[in-house]
Design a protein around this ligand. Structure first.
Ligand SMILES: [Fe+2]
Ligand SMILES: [Fe+2]
Length: 263
């Protein structure tokens, strides 16, 4: 991308970042027009440079949410092109897992709320067992994040895309810690007592339901389209090998299952 365009892009991002609440809508609609011509890889590079120039990563995350909102329509179109990839492609595997993770996040929130309303473990019946199963599922999804971190991120970095992997990795670290605490709480729930369990687990359930869902949205709509543009074909074959070596969580990819049957 030419330097001039990148500078313009950075200016636009800065204006979004600095806009006062009353100006934000106006700046957003200007940005929307401007971002129409911008692909996710360009945007990522511009953000990366802003961070290198001193905009804090935390601030950039907030900004990310604003530009995501602005780019929603356009990103949808780019993310759609990933639908043409075969089911065996690493991106398809991750996206399919996202669907299952999202479904189970909803179930986690729903089940926890139901248990809370019930008022005691006795009245909640099987709900605590469902929470135990879900908690195991979420611990197991660490493999999904590992595959992103070890399969895709080092290759993005090798291509000079260094900031997005950092940002997503920070999220992973945070999720991992929360999932572990939640698992401990759920496993010792009956010992702990109902009130205390609900009080301590509630904020973690809410945190995951919101933030993990947002994380997935950003990956499907920014990180994956950008990765697809950045890595070349042969690299994806190596990514897939790395994926197979790390292993899967939610399901086995269809082509692996076929291979198993012919063994
Ligand atoms: Fe991730
Ligand atoms: Fe993911």
């Amino acid at each position: 991308m030419d330097v001039e365009k990148r500078e313009e892009l950075k200016q636009m991002l800065k204006r979004l970042h600095e806009a006062k609440p009353e100006e934000l809508e106006g700046v957003k609609s200007q940005a929307e027009k401007y971002f129409k011509e911008t692909d996710p890889a360009e945007l990522a590079m511009a953000e990366q440079e802003l961070i290198q120039e001193g905009v804090g990563r935390q601030e950039m995350k907030r900004l990310c949410d604003v530009h995501l909102e602005v780019m929603k329509k356009q990103l949808g179109a780019q993310a759609k092109s990933l639908q043409m990839l075969p089911a065996s492609h690493p991106i398809s595997i991750l996206k399919d897992e996202h669907k299952i993770i999202k479904r189970n996040l909803k179930k986690l929130k729903r089940t926890f709320d139901k248990l809370k309303r019930a008022g005691s473990f006795e009245k909640a019946g099987k709900d605590i067992n469902i929470l135990k199963e879900l908690s195991h599922f979420f611990l197991d999804t660490e493999k999904h994040h590992d595959r992103e971190e070890e399969g895709i991120f080092p290759r993005l970095i090798a291509h000079g895309v260094t900031e997005p992997p950092e940002i997503f990795k920070e999220d992973h670290v945070e999720f991992k810690a929360k999932k572990r605490v939640l698992n401990e709480l759920i496993m010792s729930a009956e010992k702990k007592g109902f009130e205390e369990f609900v009080r301590e687990a509630g904020p973690i359930v809410d945190f995951l339901a919101k933030n993990l869902d947002d994380h997935i949205y950003k990956e499907d709509n920014i990180l994956y389209p950008m990765s697809y543009q950045t890595l070349d074909k042969d690299e994806w074959k190596d990514v897939r090998k790395k994926f197979d070596a790390i292993g899967y969580c939610c399901f086995a990819p269809a082509d692996l299952k076929k291979k198993d049957r012919t063994k």
